[in-house]
Design a protein around this ligand. Structure first.
Ligand code: BGC
Length: 419
């Protein structure tokens, strides 16, 4: 009876997803390493957990907190070294490629071919989800880092107009300060500083973002524009509160949600926190692209990278991959997470206005050549170069380097990391 029920559920969801019933056996278990530990993230993860559980697959949770996934990658290294990798691991961009090069990842070809992933997953994601032509990871979503999340009440008190360029942004921040709140909610952690840096660099031009963050041209990394980018970072620092150091990103979101702060510059996972707190876009909070970056997107995509597992675990692993890529899951998960679907054929109907904007912005940026990998979240450069950049950005943010010295240090740090 139970078996019948399970098969019935599987069939049902596979049919809604628009492809033939999954042939992967129900049952088994998946051990999943991830860094989705905030309220909004956990709510989104629950959508996946529940879907698998409804198919009789047991979920073994391995959470390792820390945005950007640095701590998760360290935990993963220990597991792989011990010869006991988890079934699936949340991972980003170049980290996935690095693991693939080590020959420890699995092969999702069977499910990807059957379900036609090649045709629906954007090429920018396939570049990382595939290695040597083989599918090794299932893309869950597309996030992007050039967003600002503003308290509607604080914005209204500051004149009500969303800023469209740097000067307007500074004017709004000044008004928020004069109104007695913390203008900018921020957590002083290297990856959070770097997340703002993505947007600040992009605001100085798409060519500049590409030449510095993607191509790592020393002239761009150490030039006048980079000095200006660091000056902008220093200016933004002047709007954070005195307790910013070490604060988790979701606590910074909470400051905006509670009206203690005016805005947060953060990827769209922040929206998950606003939604979890019962807030609505448009009436409680406002989402805008970082002023000066409308039309361009710095993306990151969470993918579940699959490891080589024994035959006893393979069916559950493929079931998980198939679930993740199904259009109905892509909609129901991303609506909660704050991200947008990792396939091009998912309708935006279930998404709120910020989600609809995210989907539209992504498509537009993609077709106009203005879609770039996020440096802060692993899609512009490999981990060694990213970490070298993090270090300089954070030292500057904390006042250890002035803007000129930071630009010069960036050139040197990147060169050293590249070897
Ligand atoms: C991930 C998001 C996550 C955020 C904060 C990013 O690197 O892509 O899914 O919500 O970190 O934890």
């Amino acid at each position: 009876m139970l078996r019948k029920l399970l098969i019935g559920t599987m069939l049902g969801s596979a049919l809604t997803a628009g492809y033939a019933a999954s042939t992967y056996a129900a049952g088994g278990s998946v051990e999943v390493l991830h860094w989705w530990t905030s309220g909004g993230e956990a709510a989104a993860l629950d959508v996946l957990k529940k879907k698998l559980e409804s198919q009789g697959v047991t979920w073994k949770d391995m959470p390792v907190a820390g945005g950007g996934g640095e701590a998760a990658m360290t935990a993963l290294r220990a597991r792989v070294t011990a010869g006991d990798p988890p079934t699936a691991v949340q991972a980003l961009g170049f980290d996935i490629t690095d693991w693939a090069k080590q020959g420890v990842v699995g092969d999702l070809g069977e499910v990807a071919d059957k379900e036609g992933w090649d045709k629906v997953v954007p090429t920018a994601l396939q570049n990382f989800a595939k290695h040597d032509g083989k599918w090794i990871a299932a893309p869950v979503n597309v996030h992007s880092t050039n967003w600002v999340w503003i308290s509607k009440k604080a914005l209204d008190a500051a004149g009500g107009k969303t800023p469209e360029n740097w000067d307007e942004l500074i004017a709004v921040l000044d008004k928020m300060k004069a109104n007695g709140i913390t203008p900018l909610a921020h957590g002083g952690q290297a990856w959070q500083d770097a997340t703002i840096f993505d947007a600040v660099v992009l605001s100085l031009g798409t060519d500049f973002y590409k030449s510095s963050m993607i191509d790592n041209d020393p002239a761009a990394l150490g030039g006048e524009k980079m000095v200006e980018a660091f000056d902008r970072m220093a200016k933004l620092k002047s709007y954070v509160d005195k307790d910013f150091s070490g604060r988790d990103w979701n606590l910074a979101s909470a400051m905006v949600i509670e009206g203690k702060a005016g805005m947060q510059m953060m990827g769209d996972w922040a929206k998950g926190e606003f939604l979890k707190a019962g807030q609505k876009p448009g009436s409680d909070f406002v989402c805008i692209r970082f002023p000066g970056t409308q039309g361009s997107v710095t993306f990151n995509s969470d993918m579940f990278m699959m490891f080589k597992v024994g035959d006893d675990k393979k069916a559950a692993q493929l079931t998980m991959a198939s679930d993740i890529e199904s259009p109905d899951f892509q909609s129901s998960f991303n609506v909660v997470k704050g991200s947008v679907p990792a396939r091009t054929d998912v309708p935006d109907t279930a998404f709120d206005d910020c989600g609809k904007k995210g989907i539209k912005d992504l498509a537009e940026a993609n077709s106009s050549g203005k879609l770039f990998g996020s440096m802060a979240h692993g899609y512009a450069v490999p981990a060694a170069v990213k970490n070298a950049m993090y270090d300089v950005i954070t030292r500057h943010f904390n006042g250890e380097l002035d803007s000129k010295a930071a630009a010069a240090a960036l050139v040197e740090a990147v060169a050293a990391a590249k070897g």
